[in-house]
Design a protein around this ligand. Structure first.
Ligand code: MLT
Length: 419
């Protein structure tokens, strides 16, 4: 008899984005002539930068010749990509991250889930895990799958997790926990709210983690969208963070790699965790062991593409993509505020976080937007209890689609919820 991982049965109905896709496909079946515009999932629409394409073409040619063909590469990534990242993403910002502390992977979503492999289950260790609310659902669901939570309550909150509420009153920047936690997931610029954490906020988190011997899992997948020069791009810009934080980064959103797949995770050598006997063990060693056992690396061709993001042309072209999506975000923000909605985010992030019209909940607004404007967004409640009454629009789209969507939304009465 094969016993299943019964923790999966605790998960809520479906992962948020497949659930949205299901509703949209029902709508499209019933309204075959409607041209639906998708501003739900944060998936890029613009082609890869030409410098990336060119580098990948050359890499394909290398794979075609016996003298340059590559088989397995290093599981943790080729040194030239790790060095380019260390130089441009870290040294250039004045923070010390060594190339061998950077692990290339096929996505931050995978890594933020996989990292649990090197942490003890909460049931045996008593680890207390905190997430912001609203939260990128992957952090929560992977903990449920790992058996780190109890069942969900009627509001969808899992027993055992500490939820840190981010709302209008705190500028969508969650407060420090009011009890000791051992692991905390932070995401800045934030998905879904688009909020950013300033230097003081991050410094308080680092101080908290040092004081409580806690581990910060810092998701910086959207750092390239930061426009405010005072906002840190990396947790390692804060003194002392190397001893308490793992950082996740991705090429998905800055360079359009959502379908190409390349990301990286930084595990500094100073970072340690505790064994049941109280011994300190370095997490770098464990993550290296995990990756070399379970992962065979990102393809050579894709890593060459990622390396080209750091070339002079690549940097300029990537900056152009980011400007393009941020301009979409500006158009969305301005159009919706003109219609009287309360709008957040979208300045240092590709997500616009909108308060739903008076009297309408998140899924109600989702359905109305789909029915009346044939536009898909993401209901805030899908990101947690504190997301109820909000709605996320993604700025990842073509300009034509954004303009058309805003025109259609402009014809709706958004002063109050559906009658
Ligand atoms: C989102 O829409 O939140 C993102 O696309 C999720 C992801 O990057 O996995």
């Amino acid at each position: 008899m094969a016993h299943i991982n019964h923790h999966y049965l605790k998960l809520q109905a479906g992962y948020l984005f497949p659930e949205i896709a299901r509703r949209v496909s029902v709508f499209s079946r019933e309204h075959p002539d409607a041209r639906v515009i998708r501003m739900g999932i944060g998936d890029v629409t613009e082609p890869l930068p030409p410098a990336v394409i060119e580098a990948m073409r050359c890499a394909v040619d290398e794979m075609a010749r016996g003298d340059t063909f590559k088989g397995y590469g290093p599981e943790q990534g080729y040194p030239w990509l790790r060095e380019a990242i260390a130089e441009h993403d870290y040294a250039a910002r004045g923070c010390r991250v060594d190339a061998d502390e950077i692990f290339i992977s096929d996505g931050s979503k995978c890594d933020t889930g996989n990292i649990l492999d090197i942490l003890a289950p909460t049931t045996t260790s008593g680890n207390v895990i905190a997430v912001q609310d609203p939260v990128y659902p992957v952090y929560v669901d992977t903990n449920v799958m790992a058996g780190n939570t109890g069942p969900a309550d009627e509001r969808g909150e899992y027993a055992g997790l500490v939820y840190l509420r981010a709302d209008r009153d705190n500028g969508f920047v969650a407060p420090l926990p009011d009890r000791p936690v051992d692991v905390v997931y932070l995401c800045f610029p934030n998905n879904p709210t688009g909020a950013v954490a300033d230097r003081d906020t991050l410094a308080r988190w680092v101080e908290y983690a040092r004081e409580h011997d806690a581990l910060i899992l810092f998701d910086a997948a959207y750092e390239a969208f930061i426009t405010d020069p005072t906002i840190p791009h990396s947790i390692y810009e804060i003194d002392g963070a190397r001893e308490v934080a793992i950082e996740f980064r991705s090429f998905s959103k800055n360079a359009g790699f959502t379908g190409t797949r390349c990301a990286f995770t930084v595990v500094p050598r100073e970072l340690t965790g505790t064994t049941p006997d109280g011994e300190q063990v370095d997490l770098h060693r464990l993550w290296l062991r995990r990756q070399t056992t379970r992962f065979n690396g990102v393809s050579y061709i894709v890593q060459r593409g990622a390396e080209a993001v750091y070339s002079a042309d690549g940097r300029e072209q990537t900056a152009g993509l980011i400007r393009f999506y941020l301009e979409n975000a500006r158009l969305i923000r301005e159009a919706l505020s003109e219609q009287g909605l309360e709008v957040y985010g979208g300045v240092n992030a590709p997500y616009v976080w909108v308060r739903t019209p008076e009297g309408e909940d998140s899924w109600g607004f989702f359905d109305r937007l789909l029915d009346e404007a044939h536009v898909v967004g993401t209901p805030g409640s899908g990101f947690g209890r504190a997301g109820e009454g909000y709605f996320r629009l993604s700025a990842f789209n073509s300009r034509a689609n954004v303009e058309e969507a805003l025109k259609r939304i402009g014809r709706m009465n958004l002063a109050v919820g559906r009658a």
